[in-house]
Design a protein around this ligand. Structure first.
Ligand code: DP6
Length: 311
């Protein structure tokens, strides 16, 4: 008997950075685009002991690997859900992404959302409680495993604040996402560690207000179809987060010379054409670029310049 679920990844334009407690309550509101083509899948099977293994990879991707910390975090969340829903016994947890896991696309959001959904299916059959949870309640539980996963329950846009995550209706319905992969190295500081380490930055004071202000500016920009303002807000937002990293004590960071070269290309494109992509970076060196469907020519130019690095 197996229990299977899939969930998409998401990319924050207003970032979740900093927590107010150990259950991943965010310091500030965040807003994300759900990348419905980037999927994680989790399969649970009854087994002699509870353990994780990679599922056979989807054609064209490598088998998923998890660090020991990553694996423990995943198993801990499964254990938490089983206790929550009264599920007894031990299970093998197998998972995979349909996208390369070493390319700077956060797989933790989609993996934890898929794990929560698969465990919910298991609990509905095997748990000791009668369950009838909605997406918001499932997202709230998933958040406790990995914060950003709660936004993966809603599409195409999700907003997450102290009341939880939910869908938000915006006039932008279609976005083409690419990531310029400047490095495939494992990162030295995980995003979970980054949330803790930014506590030491003097600039964390006022961070929630800044993120809130940007959220409003961004929502207005989308309402007004003002793509340039959206670009400027999203640009300022990821820099704000990276400055928190660099002003922490001790400072840390992800930006490399190659990241800067991509950022510079995007900024120059905007300066010369008064148009371009929305640009953002997570806790990693790779650069995410978001295009409107009518910007295919710019995508071709980006690919012409950065070649195979553009995924
Ligand atoms: C930079 O959700 O990975 O991607 O709650 O500790 O699992 P934990 O952190 P995580 O943090 C994601 C941080 C980010 C910004 C974002 O996705 O909003």
């Amino acid at each position: 008997m197996t229990w299977r679920a899939q969930a998409p990844s998401n990319l924050a334009l207003i970032k979740y950075m900093g927590k107010t407690d150990a259950s991943n309550q965010p310091l500030n509101t965040s807003l994300s685009w759900t990348m419905s083509n980037l999927i994680s899948e989790v399969v649970l099977t009854e087994s002699a002991q509870t353990q994780w293994r990679p599922l056979d990879p989807v054609h064209g991707t490598q088998s998923m690997s998890l660090s020991e910390t990553g694996r423990n975090k995943f198993l801990k969340h499964f254990d938490f859900l089983c206790r929550q829903w009264g599920v007894e016994g031990s299970y093998e947890i197998a998972s995979r992404n349909n996208f390369p896991s070493d390319c700077g696309l956060a797989s933790s959001a989609s993996s934890f959302a898929a794990l929560t959904l698969a465990t919910y299916k298991l609990a509905c059959e095997r748990g000791s409680k009668w369950l009838d949870l909605n997406q918001n309640q499932l997202a709230a539980l998933s958040r406790q495993g990995s914060g950003s996963s709660c936004r993966s329950f809603f599409a195409p846009w999700a907003i997450w604040d102290e009341q939880g995550a939910r869908a938000i209706e915006l006039p932008v319905k279609e976005i083409i996402h690419h990531v310029v992969v400047v490095s495939r190295d494992k990162k030295g500081v995980s995003s979970s560690q980054a949330h803790q380490r930014v506590q030491a930055s003097p600039l964390l004071k006022g961070r929630a207000e800044r993120a809130h202000e940007r959220l409003h500016l961004l929502l207005n920009a989308f309402e007004d179809s003002d793509w340039r303002s959206a670009y400027e807000v999203v640009w300022g937002e990821f820099w704000d987060m990276h400055v928190l990293f660099e002003t922490s004590s001790p400072p840390f960071g992800y930006m490399t010379a190659r990241s800067l070269a991509v950022l510079e290309w995007c900024r120059a494109y905007w300066d010369q054409h008064d148009d371009g992509p929305l640009v953002t970076m997570d806790a990693g060196p790779n650069v995410h670029v978001l295009f409107r469907p009518d910007q295919l020519e710019i995508i071709a130019k980006l690919k012409g310049h950065f070649g195979d690095m553009v995924l």
